[in-house]
Structure formats: structure tokens, C-alpha cells
Design a protein. Structure first.
Length: 756
């Protein structure tokens, strides 16, 4: 009897139908088993009902051949053969009483979820489903999809049988459930909060205390997640499993095994599931699985070593082999009181070694290399020396230390296009090392465990199939040609979307960034920073513009000498507190006549300053004014220096020097300078008082301290940014402009950082 005949008229519940394996199983049943009906558990998502998500599912590429065979529309088939139950493993509805089988594909397949999330899905979810199956009134064949790696960190042959261990899943699940609350409490302990706050303030103190506070809370939440992931990882390894995924999968199997007397139970254990060998079409895959990140990183030249032995086996199985085996298992329930165990794997009869995998992958990328970034040639493919786990770890730690040092250096260099390119290179290297660290920690246990998954029962099942079924439902992995599969099927499939994405990025990168087209409106404000944004200057330089002309030769030399001696202290003050830095510099105006400063600017400095203003900036300001937008200059420079720019702006906010009764500067300001978050607060007040729409408004600035100002508007633009702001702009996808500035032959002192 064929599998089609054995499963004809059967009604099968399927969980995880929107996942990789579940989708493949659904497609295969609809195409190969026309008399079999499905009940699918689907979680509503957003405004999409479960039925709508099913309709979207059958419209995917995996169902293309079936759509073609049935005239292009599977709606009628879905209506006739599929019943949708809305819910998920946390909220399972009552099940129909006429089920013949249940296939549980759903589960958390991430290698590093938090411990309570892994237990909630892989153990509690399984328990809830089994309770519903037991209560439905039928005794369906329950097929549980697990993983071959529930064997843990054993070595040698692994039989198709229950995993031997004495871990109590109830105790472990209860502990995992309590751990989040304890970790949340620990994250709020004074010592932890103080450390996180200091780290946030170190990075964001120039932007302001609220920006730093927001980042401190982000760090606290990340700390909680990291602690819960580490707890799962360490608990799993302390008990002999590779990670919390395989640990909770093993606990889930124990839950299933407790129900062998309630209904027939089969457990299918795939190894590393990858793209399809033949069906629904060669190379079909959805999302990245275990091997893809490593293959892609190797092709980009970003995986210099890997903690595996060249003769270690990486046990890969194509998804269509897994699905075919599941259908065969479905049609052959075990005797009551006994569980059936089946490995869907390749390593025992058709082993693929790590060295073999690398050779095939290298062969593919030698013929079909990725294009290099930033106009560079094809990436250089690594030649692994197989240093082992400890050797790879030492190389990684060395790279992490050197990159951390380079990052500290580049963030302190004066801003320029060259420095930003250096920062880009450092950032790229840092991301590469983060990737390596993540996958070293995740995959090293898998690379070091030398498991041989025996598949005798699976092969006995295959041998018992009719000749026609052995062809239609092939799951004998000994026939897989690894060179053909890796080079001609798998690598082309997984690199195709990456190549398309890279091409799109190159098109965006090659085009000159243009300012957004402005829409006329009286509700829009455009806020501009001055020094470093509109013109190439800084506070020290502009101070010298104003003070040196009124000093005689000896006094001028003395002033420059004193300023040079104080320069390191000023720079340190600027890094600690921008407002304090401005106050320290402005103390040097003590005794100067404010009236004479204004005259000096009007008569002697206006032309000099306008020479330094960016032509692109002037054009942009005029475009805003032509569109009816209000233009605002927000600067920490003293007000006399803004006089040449008055015609361009509706409002100018600047630092006002306090004067005595005779009009001479006291060395103090009449109010705190507008820096960091104070700029955003002022802009919010200004917009509110004039009914302006900040979501449609613009801001232009060059420094990390201006992040609050830029985040206050819907259209932020980073102009010739420092490294910190440049990184934020890239992360937030803000436009980055390099306006350039006018030049002058006048001697000047140039400092890193702009006007804040």
C-alpha cells in the first residue's frame, strides 16, 4: 500500500505551518496526498487573521508548482482541505475530536533564546498541546519534531532511542519561570544600575542627562536578556547539552514520552536542516538556518578560522528528505505503549566533513565571488589552518583587543572624510568580530561534539516503502551528492538574495545624497547649527577672530601662548561638559566692550565669516525660506558672531555675554548656553508656541551632542558629522551631507568638534 493510500481520508493537525519545516510539510501533503485533510494552528498576526495568513502561505514560491497544476489559485483547495484554528502554543483552542494524527513542528529554533522563552515554547507549549490532544476524545498518532542534537555533548554512535538522563523537566521549567523576575530585580540593584549609568554617560554625556538615561535603561534591558541567555546556555552545558535549545528540546521529549500510553507517539529527530535537494524545487529555503551565516561570512572573507577539526562531521539533511521521512512516520504509527524514534540525518552513511564543506564552499565562491565593498575587489577567501577551539579563541580575543583600541583612537581624531572612512573600517571590523564571537560561542560545542546519528529505523522505514514511494518520498540521504548540493544547489540559493541586496546598496551608495524635496508649508521649521555645520569654525577659533584684532603685538603673542597652554584643559572640559567648556572660554571675554565686539564683526569679520559659510548650506536655507518654512539658527557661539547671518534666519538663539553698567563683558553669560538636550527643549517650546509641526520639520547639525535636536524632528540631517553622530546617522538611516565650506588664507587654529 502506498503512503497516499495509507493516509487517504486522514485528518491531520499541523502546528508550525508558517515555519520552514511546517510549510514544506503542508506543501507536500497538499501536492502528494490529495485525499488527506489538514487542520492548522495559526496565530493571528497584527490585522491578519489565521485564515489570511494561510492564504499568504499558499501564495509563496514553495506552492508554485501546485498552483500551476491547479490553474494558479489554491483558495478552493485551502477551503476544501484545510481548517484553520486560530491560536498558538500559549493559547491552544480545543481540538477537533476526529483527528487521526498530530504533527508538532512548532518550537523555538533559535540557538540562544532566553531560558524562560525556550522552556515556554519547547516544553510548556508541548505540554499544553499534549493536554489538548488528550482532551479531544480521539487517540491520534502524535508525531513530535525534535532534533538529533538532544543527544547532547556525547561522542560516538547515537541510537534511535530515548536519551538517557535523569534531569527532571518539571524542576527545570519551574526554575526557568522564576529566573526572569529574579534577573529583573538584580538589574535594578544599585551597583548594576551605577555601572550601566556610567557607561551610558561616558558615551552620551555631551548630548545630555536624559539621552544618557535613556541609553542606560536600554543597556539594563539588554543586560537582563544577556543574563537570561547566559543562564540557559550555562545550565544546558552544565547538564551535558550544547545549548538551551537542545536542552529544552530534550526536556520536551520527556514530556512527550510520558504520554506513550495515551496515544501512539513518534519522535522525528532531524540533524541540521538545510535547503531542498529536489522538492518543492532545488535550493528552496526560507530564512537562514545553521550553516548559512557561516557560508556567507566565508564568502565575504570574514571567517578567518573556525573551531572545528577538518575530519569532524557536519550532519546536514535537506528539508525535503526530512519532510518525506515525516510523512512515512505519519503513515506508520508505533504500537501502543511504545514511542518510535527516527533520525533524519546523513552522518552515519554519507558523512560530510568540515574540510569537505569548506572545499565545496570555496569552490563555489572562487567561481562566483561576492563583489567587494566600497569599490574593492572580490573578497579574499580564507585558508583555514584548523587551529582548534582554543586556537581560534585566542585569535578572536586578539582581534577584539586591537579593534577596541582602534575604535578609541578614531573617535578622538578630528573629523574629516578620511576619519569617517577609518571609522567605517573599524565599525566593519567590529561587526565582523561580533559576528565571529556570536557564532564561535554558539557553534563551537556543535563543532566539538563528535556524534554519529544512527538511522537504522529510518532506513528500515524507507526500505519498506513501495518502489514508487521510494522515488516520490525519497529520504535516503546516502544518495546526496554533497559537491553538487553545496556548489550547484545550496550556495546559489542562499547567496541570491544577498547579491540582490548588495546590488541595491551599491546603487544607493553610488548616487549622490540629495536633500529631500521641500514641500511649501507654514507649519515647518528648519533648525541649523552654526560652527561645523554652516561654516568651518569652532569656539576657540572664533574667540581669536574677535580678540586678536584689538590686541597689540606683544599682547597678541601672550594671548595665543596662554590659550595654547590651556588648550588641553579646554579639550578635556569639552569632552566632560560642553556647557562648562563654553563658560570657560567665554570667561576670556572679561573686560571686552560688547559694543566694540559688534562693530568689529560688522566692519572687519563679516566678509571673513561669509567666506567660511558653505554654499550648499546657504542654498538649503534659501530653499527652506522659499518654501515658507521658518528658519532658526541655534548655536553656542556668542551673539555678535551671528550678526552676518541675520538675513538668513527668522530666529537666532545664541549665547549672550553678560555686561556691566558700562557695557563691558563680565566674563559670564546672561543665561546658560543652549547645548545638548537644551536645544531640543527650546525647539519643542518654539514649535509648540507657534503651532509648528516638528514631525515635518528639519534639523541640521554636525556633532553627537546634537542628537537630541536631530531626534526632535521628522527630518534630521547629519552634516559633516563627527564619528559618533555619523554612526548614529547610519544606524538610524538619517541623510548624511558633506556641505563643504568656503576657504580663506587667514591663519587659524583648528580644533576637533564643532559648535555646541
Amino acid at each position: 500500500m502506498t503512503l497516499r493510500d495509507q493516509l487517504a481520508g486522514k485528518r491531520i493537525l499541523l502546528t508550525g505551518v508558517t515555519g520552514f519545516v511546517g510549510e514544506a510539510l503542508c506543501q507536500r501533503i497538499l501536492e502528494e496526498l490529495p485525499e488527506t485533510r489538514l487542520v492548522v494552528l495559526v496565530r493571528p498576526k497584527g490585522t491578519n487573521t489565521g485564515r489570511k495568513r494561510l492564504e499568504q502561505l499558499v501564495g509563496k514560491p514553495a506552492f508554485a508548482s501546485l498552483r500551476e497544476a491547479l490553474g494558479g489559485d489554491l483558495t478552493a483547495v485551502a477551503d476544501e482541505r484545510i481548517e484553520v484554528l486560530e491560536g498558538d502554543l500559549a493559547n491552544i483552542p480545543d481540538l477537533p475530536g476526529d483527528l487521526d494524527a498530530v504533527v508538532h513542528c512548532a518550537g523555538d529554533v533559535s540557538f540562544d533564546p532566553t531560558i524562560e522563552e525556550a522552556f515556554a515554547t519547547n516544553v510548556q507549549g508541548t505540554l499544553g498541546l499534549l493536554d489538548k490532544v488528550k482532551a479531544c476524545g480521539a487517540a491520534p498518532h502524535y508525531v513530535h519534531v525534535s532534533t538529533a542534537y538532544v543527544a547532547g555533548r556525547r561522542r560516538g554512535a547515537i541510537p534511535e532511542a530515548s536519551v538517557v538522563h535523569d534531569v527532571d523537566w518539571r524542576t527545570e521549567m519551574a526554575y526557568a519561570g522564576r529566573l526572569r523576575e529574579r534577573t529583573e530585580e538584580a538589574s535594578r540593584a544599585p551597583g548594576t544600575l551605577a555601572r550601566l549609568r556610567r557607561d551610558a554617560e561616558k558615551e552620551h554625556h555631551r548630548a545630555g542627562p536624559l539621552t544618557a538615561a535613556g541609553d542606560a535603561e536600554r543597556r539594563r534591558k539588554e543586560w537582563v536578556q544577556d543574563q537570561l541567555k547566559a543562564a540557559g546556555r550555562e545550565r544546558a552545558r552544565s547538564l551535558g547539552w550544547t545549548d538551551v535549545y537542545t536542552f529544552t528540546k530534550a526536556m520536551g521529549e520527556r514530556v512527550v514520552e510520558e504520554h506513550v500510553h495515551d496515544f501512539p507517539v513518534s519522535i522525528v529527530r532531524p540533524s541540521i536542516i538545510e535547503s531542498a535537494y529536489v522538492r518543492p524545487y532545488a535550493g528552496w529555503i526560507e530564512g537562514f538556518k545553521m550553516a548559512e551565516p557561516l557560508i556567507l561570512a566565508y564568502g565575504r572573507g570574514e571567517l578567518p578560522e573556525f573551531p572545528a577539526s577538518p575530519d569532524s562531521v557536519i550532519d546536514i539533511v535537506p528539508v525535503d528528505h526530512v519532510v518525506a521521512a515525516m510523512i512515512a512516520v505519519l503513515a506508520n504509527p508505533p504500537e501502543s505503549g511504545h514511542a518510535g524514534y527516527f533520525h533524519a540525518s546523513s552522518g552515519s552513511r554519507n558523512p560530510l566533513t568540515f574540510q569537505g564543506l569548506v572545499e565545496h564552499v570555496k569552490s563555489y565562491f572562487e567561481r562566483h565571488p561576492f563583489e567587494g565593498t566600497d569599490g574593492r575587489g572580490a573578497p579574499r577567501l580564507p585558508s583555514w589552518s584548523w587551529p582548534g577551539g582554543e586556537g581560534a579563541e585566542r585569535l578572536l580575543r586578539t582581534g577584539e583587543r586591537l579593534t577596541s583600541l582602534a575604535d578609541k583612537v578614531v573617535t578622538r581624531l578630528p573629523r574629516s572624510d578620511r576619519v569617517r572612512r577609518m571609522a567605517s573600517d573599524v565599525g566593519r571590523q567590529s561587526r565582523r568580530l561580533e559576528f565571529l564571537r556570536r557564532y564561535m560561542d554558539l557553534y563551537r560545542p556543535y563543532a566539538e561534539c563528535e556524534l554519529e546519528f544512527r538511522d537504522d529505523k529510518t532506513m528500515a522505514l524507507f526500505t519498506a516503502l513501495s518502489p514508487d514511494d521510494r522515488e516520490r518520498f525519497a529520504f535516503d540521504t546516502s544518495v546526496v551528492d554533497w559537491k553538487h548540493y553545496i556548489v550547484d544547489v545550496h550556495c546559489p540559493s542562499i547567496t541570491k538574495p544577498i547579491r540582490a541586496l548588495d546590488a541595491a546598496r551599491r546603487r544607493r551608495g553610488s548616487a549622490t545624497a540629495k536633500p529631500r524635496t521641500l514641500v511649501p508649508s507654514e507649519k515647518v521649521v528648519a533648525a541649523f547649527d552654526m560652527d561645523g555645520t554652516l561654516l568651518s569654525s569652532n569656539v576657540i577659533e572664533t574667540y581669536l577672530w574677535l580678540r586678536l584684532p584689538e590686541l597689540a603685538g606683544l599682547q597678541r603673542a601672550r594671548e595665543i601662548g596662554q590659550l595654547a597652554r590651556k588648550l588641553p584643559a579646554y579639550l578635556m572640559a569639552e569632552r566632560r561638559d560642553r556647557g562648562g567648556f563654553l563658560r570657560a572660554v567665554y570667561r576670556r571675554y572679561e573686560g571686552a566692550s560688547l559694543h566694540e565686539l559688534n562693530i568689529l564683526v560688522d566692519e572687519d569679520l563679516t566678509d571673513h565669516m561669509l567666506e567660511r559659510v558653505s554654499g550648499a548650506a546657504i542654498r538649503r536655507i534659501r530653499e527652506h525660506r522659499a518654501a515658507g518654512h521658518r528658519t532658526v539658527l541655534i548655536t553656542g557661539a556668542i551673539r555678535p558672531l551671528t550678526r552676518p547671518l541675520h538675513p538668513l534666519f527668522d530666529e537666532i538663539v545664541a549665547a549672550d555675554l553678560a555686561v556691566d553698567a558700562e557695557g563691558r563683558c563680565t566674563g559670564f553669560l546672561s543665561s546658560p548656553p543652549l547645548v545638548g538636550e537644551a536645544r531640543a527643549a527650546w525647539l519643542n517650546w518654539y514649535a509648540s508656541s507657534r503651532a509648528l509641526d516638528l514631525s515635518q520639520s528639519f534639523a541640521y547639525a554636525d556633532s553627537h551632542s546634537d542628537m537630541p535636536l536631530l531626534k526632535a524632528v521628522g527630518n534630521p540631517v547629519a552634516v559633516s558629522p563627527d564619528v559618533a553622530l555619523w554612526r548614529e546617522a547610519r544606524k538610524s538611516r538619517w541623510p548624511v551631507q558633506n556641505w563643504g565650506h568656503g576657504t580663506t588664507t587667514t591663519s587659524r587654529i583648528t580644533l576637533p568638534g564643532g559648535d555646541k
